[in-house]
Design a protein around this ligand. Sequence first.
Ligand SMILES: [Zn+2]
Ligand SMILES: [Zn+2]
Length: 127
Amino acid sequence: MKIKEIKNKMVLSWSNKQKLINERNNSCEICNSSERLEVHHKDKNIHNDDKNNLHLLCIKCHMEQHSEGKQKIIKTLEEYKRLASTRIAGIIGINQPYTKRYLDELEKEGKIKRIEETTATYWEIKQ
Ligand SMILES: [Zn+2]
Ligand SMILES: [Zn+2]
């Protein structure tokens, strides 16, 4: 897996984030809030730091942007019962890093559970 690579990339984009916050008046581009700003990648590709692809959002608006992807994961797991992360990414059509982030968030929200097996990590709806 290229987890390390992805993490490094996220750390590197920190200074870009500060730049973006300054450029976009320190406020959410949807609701103008200045609380807990985050950078959203419109095309869900964290490697695409093109300015047109970046969206400065407060945490609330940011979560809304991702709720669709998370809903898709829930629906997919309801249908397939148990799936590996890589298969989920393929089925919902979202790249691996974002799918992983959604899965982690859904796990924290208590909606799905992780099953670690030697071959892969599987996911199921938490009953
Ligand atoms: Zn907002
Ligand atoms: Zn985002």
